[in-house]
Design a protein around this ligand. Structure first.
Ligand SMILES: [Zn+2]
Length: 270
């Protein structure tokens, strides 16, 4: 028992001291050491599967929108944002990025690990999003993927469930079927932490500025979101993305840092 405990501690020490920030810090200095124990390949594989299932379901219900003006806006904006990700992580330029719009009243959007983006028409319509505001939403979601927040939250969850599993990972043994199922189960059921939300807000702000979208639109999205909420039940996007004055204040505080990047970008676009 004692030997096992020592092995577990040794593996954990190696993992914890070996963990790093998933991205470069950028102008806004978004950096933090992350616990990324689960292999990225396993997370990305589960994501690709679930994304495919989402698209197939939407198609079956005739809700996959590839032609409307809004769907075209989503593609064009996501493309411009994805063109800027190398600042934070050069390897993301080789990801198989995908972007789709789904007809739904849901006020929601997501970017799964590996760059699989979906925007629900409800968020565009109900918030009457401008291009800059839509870029703030998509940019925020892209940064969850760049920062590997899903992989991190699954790693945290598995850590809580027992270190024996981690030794399996640490020693490079094959991921069992059960592990893949667990990753899939936790990937989208666990909410992001407040820290993760703040990181995506600030990094997303820089990403949109570099892509030539006015970053002042970002705090506006959250004002609109709060107004939409009124006294009613929060839309899904907000229940996992808590909005508050601190969030708006943090974004506004970062504006002076990203404004020059925005100005340079629009000058380049001519
Ligand atoms: Zn978020």
């Amino acid at each position: 028992m004692k030997r096992m405990l020592v092995a577990v501690l040794a593996a954990l020490t190696m993992l914890v001291t070996g963990c790093q920030s998933s991205t470069e810090s950028g102008a806004t200095k978004t950096t933090r050491k992350q616990l990324l124990l689960v292999p990225a390949e396993a997370v990305n594989q589960q994501s690709a599967q679930q994304y495919r299932a989402t698209l197939i379901k939407a198609q079956r219900l005739r809700r996959l929108d590839t032609t409307s003006p809004d769907a075209q806006r989503v593609v064009a904006i996501a493309q411009r944002l994805a063109n800027q990700v190398s600042v934070f992580r050069p390897d993301a330029t080789t990801w198989k990025w995908e972007v789709n719009t789904i007809k739904s009243d849901e006020v929601n959007a997501f970017c799964m690990p590996g760059g699989k983006i979906a925007v629900f028409s409800g968020i565009i319509r109900k918030l009457n999003l401008t291009d800059d505001e839509l870029a703030a939403v998509i940019g925020h979601e892209i940064c969850h993927a760049l920062r590997e927040h899903s992989r991190e939250k699954v790693s945290q969850q598995l850590l809580q469930q027992g270190a024996i599993t981690l030794v399996g990972i640490a020693t490079g043994s094959q991921i069992q079927q059960g592990m893949a199922a667990l990753i899939g189960q936790y990937l989208f059921s666990l909410p992001y932490s407040r820290t993760m939300e703040t990181e995506s807000d600030i990094m997303g702000l820089e990403l949109m500025a570099r892509a030539g979208f006015n970053p002042e639109a970002a705090p506006n999205v959250w004002r609109k979101m709060a107004k939409l909420q009124g006294g009613k039940a929060p839309p899904q996007f907000m229940s996992t993305h808590p909005s508050d004055q601190t969030r708006i204040a943090n974004l506004e505080k970062a504006l002076p840092t990203v404004k020059p990047l925005y100005e340079a970008a629009i000058q380049n676009r001519g």
